[in-house]
Design a protein around this ligand. Structure first.
Ligand SMILES: *[C@@H]1O[C@H](CO)[C@@H](O)[C@H](O)[C@H]1NC(C)=O
Ligand SMILES: *[C@@H]1O[C@H](CO)[C@@H](O)[C@H](O)[C@H]1NC(C)=O
Ligand SMILES: *[C@@H]1O[C@H](CO)[C@@H](O)[C@H](O)[C@H]1NC(C)=O
Ligand SMILES: *[C@@H]1O[C@H](CO)[C@@H](O)[C@H](O)[C@H]1NC(C)=O
Ligand SMILES: *[C@@H]1O[C@H](CO)[C@@H](O)[C@H](O)[C@H]1NC(C)=O
Ligand SMILES: *[C@@H]1O[C@H](CO)[C@@H](O)[C@H](O)[C@H]1NC(C)=O
Ligand SMILES: *[C@@H]1O[C@H](CO)[C@@H](O)[C@H](O)[C@H]1NC(C)=O
Ligand SMILES: *[C@@H]1O[C@H](CO)[C@@H](O)[C@H](O)[C@H]1NC(C)=O
Ligand SMILES: *[C@@H]1O[C@H](CO)[C@@H](O)[C@H](O)[C@H]1NC(C)=O
Ligand SMILES: *[C@@H]1O[C@H](CO)[C@@H](O)[C@H](O)[C@H]1NC(C)=O
Ligand SMILES: *[C@@H]1O[C@H](CO)[C@@H](O)[C@H](O)[C@H]1NC(C)=O
Ligand SMILES: *[C@@H]1O[C@H](CO)[C@@H](O)[C@H](O)[C@H]1NC(C)=O
Length: 507
């Protein structure tokens, strides 16, 4: 429906009334963060952008000198001396999402840093001072296991200053789209190509999932010899698998009888990688009412699907049909080909093509009981600005973890952290701990019960203002080799067993 309406008022004087009303519709589940910005605004697509307050707790705002418009004009950079800084996005467990991260123009420095999605390393981002005004954009398609999604920036060296310009979260349809996500693999977007369309980019609100469908991707589309067809006046039933939007399915390139169609994968890296590819077809050419069209699809010159008779497969003309290949090895030398069947009266047709890098199943986030205990430690010791997963991909500076398939926290080292507060009972839930160092802070109150820490080898609590008795359970920690409690306000006798234990260094 056009926002422009013609109202003819009277015969004598036709009045053309044309009012453009920017439509801002509800965007269910969208989170659109303009990093470093301080205002909320609606963009021309009708998307509401918000500042990053509440999504991250570190870093500083910066307004770039670039002429780029919002949301890329501001950014947040992270000069703090810490290895990982995260944004925490709200999510529903076991749902599929697209997360889009954009980086543009740190006109103040060189920078190289890691982008981490959940527990997985997504990319290494490199910017040189004054290098580029073209944003680097990463889109990840993933399924959630918990009620948050962590998007983190991690330093490669202590000199690096990570930054982020914008961050977008888009829920997908879990029942149909990108089914391989359910297995824990992530998809990193290379492109969504739209064939036969005069529109450079189609996105929200035409695509309710806000993917960006482009009509001119170097090396991908258009191909050559094509005839662009469009049927924007005819409804196309687009509701198939990845739900390529109707306006994308309403255009296509078609090729003459006998013509083979080749996409050379020269836009891909030279090394083999695993890719997810989806071809989208809808028979939208009136010619096909009376002439047959069928073709086959070959990847790297190996036919993967024969007899693609689009209208038949889809169950009629003007109905979308998707062929997807969730795990294909490709490199820059390969090809994707549509070969017409010898008897076909028309050449191939292609409406849309999506290509993603397919990752291995993403690593698990940290053991949940450890995460909850660490949350509690952060609350008690004023460390809540540490966000993201404690262990993966990059651990917090003060934590070390093991390599279990569900990682456990094995070291907490908060020595000399200037921390104040009372030691939380939750420490006793970190049952894989081998080392707990909290020395030289201003910690008060009693030593909590840590008797469940049966793997604990080293406990350092010296140089604090702890009070109460030296607990007797300390004598029964089976793995304890080092116990430092000096320079506190602890009272009571030293349990004799501590002094007798020749395996233990005790101060
Ligand atoms: C953005 O659009 C919504 C309507 O969806 C409106 O309620 C809101 O006031 C607008 N915000 C701004 C900052 O214009
Ligand atoms: C950005 O612009 C401001 C004012 O125009 C100028 O003072 C500053 O030096 C510029 N910074 C860079 C890195 O170019
Ligand atoms: C940025 O990196 C480039 C290439 O490594 C180097 O030539 C340049 O001097 C660096 N600039 C700064 C400000 O560090
Ligand atoms: C970036 O370019 C501006 C002028 O174009 C210059 O003043 C500034 O020194 C440059 N910054 C770096 C780090 O090279
Ligand atoms: C479809 O074709 C019509 C007329 O040929 C043209 O005006 C319109 O812009 C085209 N629309 C699309 C989406 O290609
Ligand atoms: C297809 O054939 C029918 C019957 O012969 C005819 O009415 C129709 O116009 C033809 N369609 C096209 C696109 O040629
Ligand atoms: C690239 O793919 C081709 C098959 O299309 C294969 O023969 C070749 O070994 C691959 N190259 C690399 C570097 O993996
Ligand atoms: C994550 O943990 C589950 C057990 O809950 C395990 O089956 C799976 O292999 C793990 N995933 C990875 C990538 O290690
Ligand atoms: C510690 O573990 C106990 C028993 O599993 C649980 O009830 C409690 O909520 C946990 N506390 C924290 C802070 O994780
Ligand atoms: C908590 O830590 C922040 C720095 O992260 C500091 O500015 C603040 O003063 C601390 N608050 C207390 C009560 O220690
Ligand atoms: C204790 O921590 C402070 C910083 O919080 C540091 O300056 C001091 O050197 C530390 N003392 C010892 C004995 O490590
Ligand atoms: C000291 O360690 C040895 C070997 O690990 C063990 O056999 C012995 O029981 C320990 N002694 C005490 C008092 O824990």
């Amino acid at each position: 429906m056009s926002p422009c309406q013609q109202i003819i008022v009277a015969m004598i004087m036709p009045l053309v009334l044309c009012v453009y009303v920017p439509l801002t519709r509800a965007q269910p589940g969208f989170v659109s963060i303009d990093c470093g910005s301080s205002t909320t605004y609606n963009d021309t697509n009708g998307i509401t952008w918000v500042p990053d307050t509440g999504y991250t707790f570190t870093g500083r705002n910066y307004v770039t000198n670039s002429t780029t418009t919002n949301p890329l004009h501001n950014l947040r950079y992270f000069p703090e001396n810490r290895d990982k800084n995260c944004y925490v996005l709200p999510a529903t467990p076991n749902n599929f999402y697209m997360v889009r991260v954009s980086f543009l123009y740190p006109d103040f420095l060189n920078s190289s840093f890691r982008l981490e999605m959940e527990a997985q390393l997504a990319a290494t981002i490199t910017f040189q001072a004054n290098s580029s005004t073209i944003p680097q954009v990463y889109e990840a398609y993933l399924s959630t296991t918990r009620d948050t999604i962590y998007v983190c920036l991690a330093r490669s060296t202590t000199a690096d200053v990570p930054f982020m310009s914008s961050l977008e979260l888009r829920p997908l349809d879990t029942n149909n789209m990108y089914k391989i996500l359910a297995q824990g693999n992530y998809l990193y977007n290379n492109f969504h190509a739209n064939f036969g369309s005069p529109t450079p980019i189609i996105r929200y609100p035409d695509d309710p999932y806000d993917r960006q469908w482009k009509n001119n991707i170097p090396g991908v589309n258009p191909i050559s010899n094509q005839l662009a067809i469009n049927t924007t006046s005819v409804f196309v039933d687009f509701n198939h698998w990845n739900k390529v939007p109707e306006i994308v399915m309403q255009t296509a390139d078609s090729w003459p009888k006998g013509q083979s169609v080749t996409i050379t994968n020269s836009f891909l890296p030279d090394n083999n990688n695993n890719y997810y590819i989806a071809f989208d077809f809808a028979e939208i050419s009136p010619e096909a009412e009376n002439q047959s069209r069928s073709f086959s699809l070959a990847l790297n010159d190996r036919t993967v699907t024969n007899n693609i008779f689009v209208a038949n497969l889809a169950g009629g003309m003007y109905v979308a049909y998707e062929l997807y290949y969730p795990d294909v090895l490709l490199n820059s030398t390969g090809t994707m080909k549509l070969n017409p069947d010898p008897t076909s009266q028309l050449g191939p047709i292609l409406n849309a093509l999506e290509l993603f890098v397919l990752t291995d199943p993403a690593p698990n986030r940290t053991f949940l009981a450890d995460v909850l205990a660490i949350e509690s430690v952060k609350e008690s010791l004023n460390l809540t600005s540490w966000t993201g997963d404690p262990c993966v991909y990059t651990p917090y500076d003060w934590i070390k973890c093991n390599n279990d398939i569900i990682p456990r926290v094995i070291t907490v080292d908060l020595s000399n952290y200037n921390s104040m507060g009372i030691l939380p009972e939750a420490l006793n839930n970190l049952t894989a701990l081998t080392k707990l160092w909290l020395n030289n802070n201003s910690l008060r109150g009693p030593i909590p019960n840590l008797s469940a820490l049966t793997n604990l080898q080293s406990l350092r609590l010296e140089d604090n203002i702890l009070t109460g008795d030296i607990p007797t359970w300390l004598t029964s920690l089976p793995s304890l080799q080092e116990l430092l409690l000096s320079n506190n306000s602890l009272a009571g006798p030293i349990p004799p067993a501590l002094l007798k234990n020749t395996n233990l260094t005790f101060e």
